[in-house]
Write a protein that binds this ligand. Structure first.
Ligand SMILES: C[S@@+](CC[C@H](N)C(=O)[O-])C[C@H]1O[C@@H](n2cnc3c(N)ncnc32)[C@H](O)[C@@H]1O
Length: 440
């Protein structure tokens, strides 16, 4: 973006924040600990927006994500770079938000669903992702369409909310929804957990660092009517003048960062090998296929795992060392192999007692044989992951050599390469642990 425009918008934002009572001079904004304090009314959330929107006497109609997304969609700056947001309440803030999310993977899926023009490479990007990542991305897309449906119904019920003759364009809603999804901060507003979040100017300019963040938020202990101040303090690492401030968005795996935020931690080989970075690979779809491949026995087993809270979220981890399968995965595979040894008539709770004993900690394992076979299954899963990743990397390499065009393509190819590479490295590390006879 034009630096003069960016500068003008930044100044307008500071003037607006100052009018709300924030100390915005360089001393308070940058150098002190706490770094800055954001006034409650500057935050966009359910508390600050609800007074401006119609509702029914009983029950709220929109979740925080839905209402904030609706509000932003209504006040999206026109597409020209030099236009400002017409939002009468948060205009200076909305004007500095990202203007587009073309590189975000959700945009690829939504454009496809709407049959909008895409370059051939853009259209193929979802197919170049590891299957677990695509499956998580599809869940994000489902959330998006569900919110769109609820907001569309709301707008139908209260048509005066929309002031444009164009109605509520779905692409404006996508832009707004991605702003909410990538910029909200958990904020205790005294609401349901899912609604306790806010968009916070200035704070949300901070990019993510998976280690040694230089900034972190602290909130009012007792926010008045849920619109309390937000103070940011410096982290443990010292900050040099003009240095970029980072926060940690959470201890999320790269798969999650990618589908929610559209980027990954750029992990080096050394960091992964040193055990400082906790690499992760998802084997949910593979294990699900194995279990459901057992037919009616598999369906029964799925129910048992669901009842015990062990269905899904099966992963491999490179650290903490030794590289290991998750306890959830071990638990599911122990059951899988126990069930293999049973007759169909034996499928009752009593037959599962040895497995339940491992859950309660009464026994370490079901049997030596059961340990041997589930470990073998992990080895096989690792081999599948390694083979799949090799193919995925080759395909990515081949396809990316032929693309030109959009400036974010090269960066995105690198993100996808890292996703495949991490899966392969984690699988190799776990396979080495198993072969070494490590116990987990
Ligand atoms: C809360 S915003 C952070 C500030 C952002 N650069 C901005 O003002 O638009 C979150 C978005 O910033 C980008 N981002 C944050 N941390 C990043 C990182 N470490 N590497 C690459 N992009 C990052 C991603 O696009 C993410 O969705």
């Amino acid at each position: 973006m034009n630096p003069a425009l960016q500068d003008r918008r930044w100044r307008a934002l500071l003037v607006w924040l100052e009018s709300l009572g924030m100390q915005v001079d360089a001393e308070h904004l940058l150098r002190l600990s706490p770094l800055f304090t954001l006034p409650g009314p500057a935050k966009i959330n359910l508390r600050t927006l609800q007074p401006h929107y119609p509702s029914r006497a009983q029950g709220r109609l929109l979740s925080a994500t839905q209402l904030v997304s609706l509000h932003l969609s209504l006040y999206r700056p026109a597409s020209q770079d030099d236009s400002e947001s017409p939002d009468p309440f948060f205009g200076p803030y909305v004007s500095v938000l990202p203007r587009e999310f073309d590189s975000h993977p959700l945009t690829w899926l939504v454009k496809k669903a709407l049959s909008l023009p895409q370059t051939p490479f853009e259209a193929r990007l979802p197919l170049l992702l590891p299957p677990g990542v695509l499956s998580d991305l599809t869940k994000v897309e489902t959330r998006f369409w569900e919110d769109w449906q609820v907001v569309s119904n709301y707008v139908e019920e209260f048509p005066k909310v929309v002031h444009s003759v164009d109605g509520l364009p779905v692409l404006d809603f996508l832009w707004a929804w991605l702003n909410v999804n990538t910029r909200c901060l958990y904020d205790d507003l005294g609401l349901d957990r899912a609604d306790n979040h806010s968009m916070c100017p200035i704070f949300d300019f901070a990019n993510h660092a998976w280690m040694q963040p230089t900034m972190k938020p602290i909130q009012d202990d007792c926010p008045p009517a849920g619109v309390g101040e937000l103070t940011c303090i410096s982290g443990e690492t010292s900050i040099a003048k003009d240095e970029e401030l980072y926060i940690t968005y959470g201890a999320h795996p790269n798969r999650f960062l990618f589908v929610e935020y559209g980027f990954v931690n750029p992990v080096s080989e050394e960091l992964l090998a040193s055990g400082q970075y906790f690499g992760e690979a998802d084997v949910q779809a593979l294990v699900e296929e194995m279990i459901l491949g057992l037919g009616t026995t598999g369906v029964w087993m799925k129910q048992v795992l669901q009842d015990e809270g062990y269905w899904g979220d099966w992963t491999l981890h490179s650290a903490p060392e030794p590289a290991h399968p998750s306890y959830r995965l071990i638990t599911a595979l122990r059951l899988y192999h126990l069930v293999h040894t049973l007759d169909i008539e034996e499928q009752d709770s009593l037959a599962l007692q040895p497995w339940r004993d491992t859950l309660s900690g009464t026994k370490d394992d079901i049997s030596e044989e059961n340990e041997r076979v589930w470990r073998n299954t992990v080895l096989e899963l690792c081999q599948i992951l390694v083979n799949r990743a090799e193919l995925g990397l080759q395909r990515l390499q081949a396809e990316s050599e032929t693309v030109g065009g959009l400036d974010w393509f090269g960066w995105m190819v690198e993100n996808i390469r890292l996703l495949w590479w991490e899966e392969r490295e984690v699988a190799l590390a776990v396979a080495r642990s198993i072969r070494r006879g490590e116990t987990f």
